[in-house]
Write a protein that binds this ligand. Structure first.
Ligand code: ADP
Ligand code: ZN
Ligand code: ZN
Length: 728
């Protein structure tokens, strides 16, 4: 009898290896791409995902057979699988790790794809009597009688009853457990019937500009100033265009996924709303993942990684605050949630809406090139008016905790009127440059068109574009003032000064440190929403999305850090942050005011900012990007290296550099990173700047293959970052 050629399948494992593994498919198994399997790996069993079947067996290698399929159906449906394969290639990250990112943690380990069934209870028509003193048990029976279809145990316990009471009643034959009712339709809470605001005519006009599901793929950029009602437009849009069986994805930055936001969506869509964010536990993740995978008509509101979920009937995607840098994953699989959302809409032939008060220059560029449709909304909703923004020059002004006298006075007047003030300390894009607080002077590199960066450890000033360095001086080299200090200010110090100045008013600090505990941001927010006079002090976390109706004054402690950073994105991010934080002022009926402290009140960017026309500023910034040949006019990627010495990091990048030699590609570096040492690792980078994205992608793929062949020098890690958010 002729020996038949065995079928071979190519399997991805959750390993940081840029390769797949071949296994024999036993005759009784039929494998589908995206399906989970168990395979022998080394001396153990590993969970794998089928990538391809019917592969030519490699000559001369004995392969092992697949042990078993984990389930009959593919965990990753075709479209999700294609999205991840594309992302693996685009971001140069191993396919195995990309695919496994889309599985909840339990499924990565090979657990069964079954959610724990919710436990439901209902009453039985039984008149067994209860003792007269069993008040709680009687109350529970009454409560359950009001829920004719039964209720989940979690709700019963939330209503104040206990498990002991449930068990006692079951033993008496008065109640029983039932399997989860299927549709849960009657639980589409009554709030869904409540009234919704009607869109204003400006909002309706903007909404009409957006691409609709009927048109197939189309990307729209919804530019709407803070408080103009973008969220209201999303809600109306979904109501109007999303079919009853359709799935929708709403991406939001982590910090914006507050209970208030979710409540707003639930108000329109009840139980169709499900959430996805970093605080979910493994069980919650699995439950939601399965709903999405099973094609239930969910409207999922989630953060970055929600874009990788296995939707099977995705008909609309919305990316709120699309400019937000948290959409870019900062390590490992460094994808952009926003960019994948656009690609995914393309795969699904459905619309994607990118919304922001301060759109990214990338998206504005795409709109200008007619790749995206632009919808504008330039007035605030309801009675609210845009805030008045003014610059407060702090050259030669004494500062306490970073605050000048006029700023303190403004805070005091605000509190006296019974209103709230927000003090914003900008730390992102913070370049530790030395600046003279008398004349505004900053020391420049004699060889480059950049400012020197201050290094506290050895009191040196260095250029990050060449190797020039000099000792930091005590006095301003220009005017000899002693007020020559590193720019930047801590929130703690500002908080202290404010507490002393306003002893009778609560001063609330909001930053990474003060919000470590789960739920602490929630309690802070509800305190602010009570509307009583208070001063909020904080960083970026305060800038985004919040709706504080009684905040009427915003003080920006110092705007200058981002103006002179070495990072080419810094000015864009500074302006976005300033506008977003300004947008917290005057959202209610009272007018808002914004004071920006700066030593550079004549800086053109800041001057345009006061006029509040973001699109004009963006135009100006885009021109600079074009002149400097930066993204979006170029495609960029960075090789980053980390080692126990700077020499090793630079060496590995030096060995990569010759491979980047190609027409249309410029290479900068290798150079020590802006923060050259982090957690005892020395970091360096090599920047690739390409005229053509496809060409860059091909080149990077080749380089990665080549580097995987080479032996890795011990103690050095290198990684690649495509479309980097930070280039410091
Ligand atoms: P954005 O998302 O642009 O910041 P929101 O959708 O949060 O704006 O709207 C800001 C505020 O205005 C919210 O309190 C919202 O309920 C209210 N609002 C928005 N549109 C309307 C409308 N058409 N009628 C009444 N109130 C509205
Ligand atoms: Zn230099
Ligand atoms: Zn000076």
């Amino acid at each position: 009898m002729e020996h038949s050629v065995p079928l071979i399948a190519r399997i991805a494992l959750n390993r940081p290896l840029r390769r797949l593994f071949d296994y024999i498919v036993p005759e009784h198994l039929e494998l589908i791409p995206g399906q989970r399997v168990q395979v022998p790996f080394g001396r153990q069993q590993a969970t794998g995902l089928v990538v391809q079947t019917g592969v030519e067996p490699p000559p001369g290698i004995t392969l092992k057979p697949v042990t078993a399929v984990t389930e009959e159906w593919p965990a990753l449906p075709e479209e999700t699988f294609r999205l991840l394969s594309w992302a693996s290639d685009y971001y140069q990250h191993p396919l195995g790790e990309c695919l496994f990112t889309a599985l909840p943690p339990g499924l990565r380990r090979g657990n069964k794809a079954e959610a724990k069934k919710a436990e439901w209870w209902r009453t039985l028509d039984n008149d067994a009597s209860l003792p007269a003193n069993a008040h709680k048990q009687k109350a529970l029976i009454d409560w359950l009688r009001h829920h004719t279809n039964g209720a989940p145990a979690t709700d019963i316990i939330k209503a104040g009853f206990s498990r002991t009471q449930l068990n006692a009643l079951r033993e008496k034959g008065l109640i029983e457990t039932i399997s989860t009712p299927g549709a849960e339709t009657d639980h589409e809470a009554p709030e869904i019937l409540a009234r919704h605001p009607v869109l204003s005519s400006a909002q309706a006009l903007a909404a009409d500009e957006l691409t609709t599901p009927g048109e197939g793929f189309g990307a729209s950029l919804l530019y709407g100033i803070t408080g103009s009602g973008k969220t209201e437009i999303y809600l109306h849009y979904l109501k109007q265009h999303l079919g009853a069986r359709d799935q929708a994805l709403i991406l939001v930055p982590e910090i914006n996924l507050t209970p208030q936001t979710v409540a707003r969506f639930e108000h329109y869509f009840g139980r169709r709303i499900v959430v996805w964010h970093s605080a979910l536990n493994d069980g919650e993740r699995l439950t939601t993942w399965l709903k999405v995978r099973n094609g239930e008509p969910v409207i999922l509101v989630g953060t970055r990684s929600a874009v990788l979920l296995p939707f099977t009937n995705l008909r609309t995607i919305i990316v709120d605050e699309e400019h937000d840098s948290s959409y870019k994953q900062g390590d490992g699989f460094r994808y952009s949630g926003r960019d994948l959302a656009v690609y995914r809409a393309h795969l699904n032939n459905c619309p994607v809406i990118l919304g922001s008060a301060t759109p990214s220059l990338e998206s504005i560029h795409n709109a200008k090139q007619d790749k995206y449709r632009l919808a504008k909304l330039e007035e605030r909703a309801g009675a609210a008016a845009p805030p008045m923004v003014s610059l407060l020059d702090i050259r030669s002004r004494p500062l306490e905790g970073g605050l000048s006298r006029p700023a303190m006075n403004a805070i005091q007047q605000t509190l006296a009127r019974g209103e709230q003030a927000l003090v914003f300390v900008n730390r992102r894009g913070f370049a530790p440059v030395m600046m003279c607080f008398d004349c505004g002077h900053m020391v420049e590199c004699p060889r480059c068109d950049t400012r020197l960066t201050y290094h506290r450890r050895d009191r040196a000033m260095r250029c990050h574009h060449c190797d020039y360095q000099t000792a930091a001086t005590e006095h301003c080299p220009k005017c000899h003032s002693a007020a020559f200090k590193p720019l930047g200010q801590g929130t703690e110090r500002t908080e202290e000064i404010l507490t002393t100045a306003f002893p009778d008013t609560p001063v609330v600090r909001v930053d990474r440190d003060s919000t470590q505990r789960k739920g602490s941001i929630q309690s802070i927010l509800s305190r602010v929403n009570s509307g009583k006079p208070c001063v909020l002090v904080g960083t970026q976390m305060l800038a985004k999305g919040h709706d504080f109706p009684n905040v009427t004054l915003v003080v920006v402690v110092n705007a200058d850090g981002g103006l002179f950073s070495v990072d080419f994105r810094a000015p864009e991010q500074l302006i976005q942050t300033l506008l977003q934080v300004s947008g917290r002022a005057g959202r209610g009926t009272k007018p808002g005011k914004v004071l920006i402290q700066t030593c550079h009140s004549d800086h053109p960017l800041l001057k345009t900012l006061c006029e509040g026309k973001y699109l004009d500023i963006a135009e100006q910034l885009l021109k600079e990007r074009e002149e400097g040949q930066f993204p979006p006019f170029r495609a960029m990627a960075i090789f980053r290296a980390e080692a126990d010495t700077m020499e090793k990091s630079l060496q590995v990048l030096d060995s990569i550099k010759p491979l980047t030699n190609s027409t249309g590609i410029e290479t900068w570096g290798p150079l020590p990173a802006m923060i050259a040492r982090r957690a005892d690792k020395y970091r360096a980078q090599l920047i690739l700047n390409a005229r053509n994205r496809k060409h860059l992608n091909n080149l990077l793929s080749g380089i990665c293959q080549e580097l995987d062949q080479r032996k890795r020098p011990p103690g050095v890690k290198w990684m690649i970052d495509v479309d980097p958010q930070e280039t410091g």
